[in-house]
Design a binder for this molecule. Structure first.
Ligand SMILES: [Zn+2]
Ligand SMILES: [Zn+2]
Length: 347
């Protein structure tokens, strides 16, 4: 099969022929019809993820058709249209038993713990636990966008952030996950303040339901600007980019007893990021993480998509071939772009 491969961190990836994957006993191999390009792929390519070994094939937001299954798979067969959360759970550890598959103790992640979906085929573990049927009317490109950023944003806003109707939700960073969060929070009846440095990203945020936009380029203190706009601070604030500055701005933009949700990854040389804990104490803030979403919690989100209340299809702003993927991966570092780029490996 054709795949995007990198041999060294940070050096250009190449498209070349590699052996087709085979399914594990409990796993499936999926023919990839669409796969999203996410900033986490860029972090992996930069060497920020200790799970990755070289050479490596990135890619973790995917949808496609089951090509083959292992002998212990009961629920899926070749030809099924599927997607998958980027955290593939074991289904049997204590976290999985509690329903928290997104933090499985024995999780695997395509594109991180093993070769991913910037390829014509990808192997996925524990198919009966992790595969999600893609509704007939939904395109593969739309379904692929659900796998990481849209589902992560849904969990961050709805399940972790518990954003309620009429509440203010601040979203720091309007790339793919941030714009997803804007759309989901607005659909929940919340009033959204979107923050970004890109006028194009802010225009999309307004299109997707943001009530207020803050251009961080011309605003030295975005947290203060949000406190002003919201009459004292947001009820829920998401760092959807992942940087010490946006993390601090998110915590700083909350009102008393507000909820900060860290969504963007925060790599740093010593593995820690400063967080304004004095403010967390004085205002009794909640500081929450969000890590994907369990496959078994997809149905309510899929119903909202099928009803047209949520429109992940609008987030897909460009579609490229496998040949264009290495350059697009490299560009994620400096210009994450607005919206979601989807790769079609057979295009
Ligand atoms: Zn587990
Ligand atoms: Zn991702």
């Amino acid at each position: 099969m054709r795949a995007v491969v990198f041999e060294r961190y940070g050096e250009p990836a190449q498209v070349r022929d590699v052996p087709d994957p085979r399914p594990a006993d409990h796993g499936a191999v999926v023919r990839v019809e669409a796969t999203g390009l996410c900033r986490s792929d860029w972090h992996g390519w930069q060497g920020h993820d200790p799970d990755i070994t070289l050479p490596h094939v990135p890619g973790h937001e995917l949808a496609g058709v089951v090509e083959s299954v292992g002998p212990r798979v009961r629920d899926w067969r070749p030809g099924d249209r599927v997607t998958v959360p980027f955290v593939c759970a074991c289904g049997t550890c204590a976290s999985c038993a509690a329903g928290d598959h997104q933090i499985c103790e024995r999780q695997t992640q395509p594109g991180f713990t093993h070769w991913g979906s910037f390829a014509q085929y990808v192997a996925l573990d524990h198919a009966d636990v992790n595969l999600v049927a893609v509704p007939q009317g939904m395109s593969f490109a739309t379904a692929a966008s659900l796998g990481c950023r849209f589902a992560t944003a849904f969990r961050a806003v709805v399940q972790q952030g518990r954003a309620g109707a009429g509440e203010w939700v601040a979203v720091h960073g309007c790339g793919g996950v941030g714009l997803s969060a804007v759309m989901i929070a607005a659909a929940s009846g919340a009033r959204v303040v979107a923050v970004d440095v890109s006028p194009r990203a802010l225009a999309l945020a307004r299109e997707f339901g943001a009530a207020e936009c803050v251009d961080a380029t011309g605003t030295p203190d975005t947290a203060a600007a949000i406190r002003d706009l919201t009459g004292g601070g947001a009820h829920v604030s998401l760092d959807a980019l992942g940087s010490p500055a946006t993390c601090a701005a998110s915590v700083g933009s909350l009102r008393r007893r507000g909820r900060h949700v860290q969504v963007g990854l925060l790599p740093s040389p010593d593995g820690t990021t400063p967080v304004p804990m004095a403010r967390a104490i004085a205002l009794e803030l909640e500081l929450l993480g969000s890590h994907g979403m369990a496959a078994h919690t997809y149905p309510p989100m899929l119903e909202l998509v099928e009803a047209g209340t949520l429109r992940p299809d609008l987030l897909v702003t460009s579609t490229i071939t496998l040949a264009a993927a290495p350059d697009a991966l490299a560009a994620m570092g400096t210009a994450p772009g607005s919206g979601v780029t989807v790769i079609e490996p057979w295009g």
